[in-house]
Design a protein around this ligand. Structure first.
Ligand SMILES: C[S@@+](CC[C@H](N)C(=O)[O-])C[C@H]1O[C@@H](n2cnc3c(N)ncnc32)[C@H](O)[C@@H]1O
Length: 330
């Protein structure tokens, strides 16, 4: 796989994610935030199931190590184009695809800074006659808010090969909530907020209200992630998307999306299959993990419930910082 030609922050982000150690399957089960990871995967699956159909041609934008390969297989798509700035991650996703998914759908793999390079400049370049039914961008849109130019290129990459009537959907940071929590922390004299599993910290030069682009913050998650990200100012994202023929049809916090989707029985079964919640009784969680607390759930047990399924307080404080979104190409 050719080396990425990314510069500046995108290159650092790519290197960072490539180096994040791949936790083996057994170890994953022991990982402290496994339930939140499963929950995030559940949210991604819901979106993929909502907007993707059997036989679709897909663009997985900022696809990382191919975290959604299984989801594309289950959805029986026809083809997936994977692209990310991190060449090692792209290589890893290709290997995982060749090991387990090759017989299920066709795929192509590309390295490129999607905030700077259009498909003709990815490595290898993309045949631009390809038309996508859907474009999925999971936990990555926030990286394009470094500058207006980068945001425009990123959205162009999402929109230009998307068919009319097709969807651009994903997950990203809920900036309004980040700012709200930061103001609250500041009012109590803190320069960051978070808990034992994650933290969000703004630089000393942070202005409030934040700038539209380049509103940088540091995000840390366990020992895995420690990276600079940017607040996503949604009204401007909507404008740039509109200029590219994309109309916003949904934006919801993870909490609201979850509450809405969990009314459906198939989704409840999927949630259970994906092991996304911890079982808690009045005696505590089934699996004890260091530093995670479940008092909110323990208090609900013993009256009308014997047990409840939930995330720990710490995981929920982190997962509830995100939104789902979907745009439709007109
Ligand atoms: C949190 S990971 C998510 C990976 C994948 N979408 C998933 O859900 O498993 C964020 C990804 O965005 C990629 N990324 C960040 N900036 C990028 C850029 N400018 N161009 C392409 N990919 C980028 C990173 O390399 C990383 O793989």
């Amino acid at each position: 796989m050719a080396a990425s030609s990314a510069v500046g922050h995108a290159s650092r982000v790519g290197q960072h994610y490539s180096q994040v150690k791949q936790v083996g399957l057994d170890k994953r089960d022991e990982a402290r935030i496994i339930k939140m990871r499963n929950f995030n995967n559940f949210i991604k699956s819901l979106l993929i199931n909502m907007y993707t159909n059997q036989g679709d041609t897909v663009f997985d934008m900022a696809s990382g190590k191919g975290g959604d390969l299984n989801k594309w297989s289950s959805r029986r798509v026809r083809h997936v184009t994977f692209a990310d700035v991190a060449s090692e991650s792209v290589q890893q996703s290709r290997e995982r695809y060749e090991e387990r998914h090759k017989s299920k759908f066709s795929a192509s793999f590309h390295v490129g800074d999607l905030t700077r390079a259009v498909p003709q400049r990815w490595e290898p370049s993309l045949d631009t006659s390809i038309k996508f039914d859907v474009v999925s961008c999971q936990f990555a849109l926030h990286y394009c808010f470094e500058s207006q130019k980068q945001c425009k290129t990123f959205v162009k990459n999402a929109a230009q090969n998307l068919k009319r009537g097709g969807y651009f959907f994903g997950t990203t940071i809920w900036s309004e909530e980040v700012v709200r929590r930061f103001r609250e922390a500041k009012a109590h004299g803190y320069s960051k907020f978070g808990n034992d599993i994650f933290s969000v910290k703004f630089p000393a030069h942070y202005q409030d209200p934040p700038s539209i682009f380049n509103a940088v913050y540091n995000y840390q998650l366990e020992e895995q992630v420690n990276i600079e990200e940017f607040l996503v100012y949604f009204p401007v994202l909507e404008d740039i998307c509109r200029q590219n023929g994309l109309k916003l049809i949904m934006k919801k916090s993870f909490g609201d999306f979850f509450k809405q989707q969990i009314k459906d029985e198939d989704n409840r079964k999927l949630l259970e299959r994906m092991g996304s919640l911890e079982t808690v009784t009045e005696d505590g969680p089934q699996t004890k993990r260091p530093k995670l607390t479940y008092k909110h759930a323990e208090a609900r047990c013993g009256f009308d419930h014997d047990q409840v399924g939930t995330l720990s307080k710490q995981e929920w404080e982190c997962a509830s910082l995100y939104v789902v979104f979907a745009f439709k190409k007109e």
